[in-house]
Design a protein around this ligand. Structure first.
Ligand SMILES: Cc1cc2nc3c(=O)[nH]c(=O)nc-3n(C[C@H](O)[C@H](O)[C@H](O)COP(=O)(O)OP(=O)(O)OC[C@H]3O[C@@H](n4cnc5c(N)ncnc54)[C@H](O)[C@@H]3O)c2cc1C
Length: 422
């Protein structure tokens, strides 16, 4: 496999671009694997990569019903941050951010990670106090975080609606400078290529249609490309988790499937150099500018459950209202595209990386709309769980029993209604 480097770009430029290999193979499924991961989104691909790299597992398949990265992996607004307060999520997301910081080198693939700062606006003394508590906790536990006064915010982000008549006057912002964005497709492609180099079979157009059980064990998966046996099986199917769970006849999960839309405008000259988050009253809105110049933004989930990868018009209006109230200069910008993904909304807003009632079945789910930033740590700890059959300390409470044990790992802990997760 050609190693990507400035030299290989230069050399291939001189020699007719003939020295590039395929980024990953297109293998036929084998009859049996040591580990089968269902779902070639970010989490499934990252899990396969770390299983091979960190734990030396060689006989791995990732099976995907569509094409790799075609689910939420390629549909998100690409925000990466680790501004969490509660133990559990705090250590988890900080580990993730540290992995992001070296991910392009690790994968030998430019994931375009841009630490451009994540700026959460506050509009009342109470929300400033809540932000201070959270960001001070982050600082005390080795994560960066700071509060910007209104003057500092105006210097750094000049185009926000600071007018005297704005509906929600801005008082300042809580800022994580190491946070930012990455190119979502590149992350999927980078993990796929690196996993393939370790011998992982990525099998696309292979939908799992049934789970074959022998008592408390999974013995194999029925797929549209035949039966595939696995000594261990991991689900990493995001919004389709309850469908797979149903195939394994495991009853109900504390997860609802909702849609989340994202939007991109026509390309503009450089306007916004950070990720800005605006959330007050009923509003929930986040925006950044892509390297191509498009304004990339999103808001709340659509207000009904569905597995469809499309959204509704009231959310378009809602998001447009937020955009123009916080960045009035966007009023005449044209919307280029919008789309939606299917979200695995857990009842407390936090994820699951855990064992299941079946001995050799493992669950990775409940990412809500924060699973992009979680990708490296999710793959890291899910691989560790599958390889060692016990959860690492950091994810010991990321299991299905935390509700009955009364453990809260997300300060919002906003369930049971997933629409409160903003
Ligand atoms: C609009 C939007 C904006 C978002 N913004 C952000 C953000 O800014 N920051 C952030 O951190 N997170 C964000 N997220 C969330 C993040 O994208 C997801 O949490 C994350 O991508 C989910 O993990 P995944 O990539 O593994 O899921 P997916 O990419 O959805 O992967 C699951 C895969 O499983 C496959 N699959 C499903 N059923 C089967 C089956 N039966 N057989 C085989 N394969 C199957 C699917 O085809 C899919 O490819 C956003 C999501 C959306 C939709």
């Amino acid at each position: 496999m050609t190693r990507y480097s400035a030299w290989s770009v230069f050399w291939n430029g001189l020699t007719g671009q003939k020295g590039w290999d395929r980024a990953w193979r297109d293998p036929e499924p084998k009859a049996e694997y040591d580990v089968v991961i269902v779902g070639a989104g970010l989490h499934g691909l990252a899990t396969a990569y770390y299983l091979a790299k960190n734990h030396g597992v060689r006989n791995i398949a990732v099976v995907e019903k569509g094409y790799l990265g075609g689910g939420n992996a390629g549909r998100n607004t690409t925000i990466v941050r680790s501004n969490y307060m509660m133990p559990g999520n705090r250590d988890f997301y900080e580990h993730s951010l540290k992995l992001w910081e070296n991910l392009s080198h690790d994968l030998n693939y430019n994931v375009m990670f841009s630490q451009r700062a994540h700026v959460s606006l506050f509009h009342s003394p109470a929300s400033r106090d809540a932000a201070a508590r959270r960001y001070n906790t982050m600082r005390l536990t080795d994560t960066d975080g700071e509060l910007w006064s209104l003057d500092e915010l105006k210097r750094n982000v000049p185009h926000l609606n600071y007018g005297p008549n704005s509906r929600f006057p801005i008082l300042g912002a809580a800022v994580q400078k190491r946070a930012g964005t990455a190119r979502h497709d590149a992350v999927a492609w980078g993990y796929a290529r690196a996993a393939d180099q370790h011998g992982v079979d990525i099998i696309q157009k292979c939908e799992v249609t049934g789970v074959i059980r022998d008592g408390a064990r999974v013995t194999g998966l029925e797929t549209t490309r035949g039966i595939i046996k696995g000594k261990k099986v991991g689900f990493a199917v995001a919004g389709n988790t309850s469908r797979l769970w149903g195939m394994a006849e495991l009853g109900k999960l504390p997860i609802e499937t909702h849609k989340l839309q994202a939007f991109v405008s026509e390309p503009l000259k450089p306007l916004l150099d950070q990720v800005v988050v605006f959330g007050v009253g009923g509003a929930h809105f986040y925006i950044s500018q892509s390297d191509k110049g498009g304004m990339v933004f999103g808001g709340d989930i659509d207000w009904y459950k569905s597995y469809a990868q499309r959204g509704n018009l009231p959310i378009v209006q809602d998001v447009a209202e937020c955009a123009t109230s916080i960045l009035p200069c966007l009023g005449r910008v044209r919307l280029l595209r919008h789309w939606s993904g299917v979200m695995d909304m857990s009842m407390d807003g936090a994820p699951f990386i855990c064992k299941t009632p079946l001995d050799n079945l493992y669950l990775n789910a409940g990412w809500n709309y924060g699973g992009f930033k979680a990708t490296p740590a999710s793959g890291w700890y899910f691989a560790d769980l599958i390889a060692n059959d016990r959860p690492a300390r950091v994810v010991v409470n990321h299991d299905l029993t935390r509700f009955e044990r009364g453990v809260n790992i997300d300060e919002r802990g906003a369930g049971p209604d997933p629409k409160l997760h903003g």
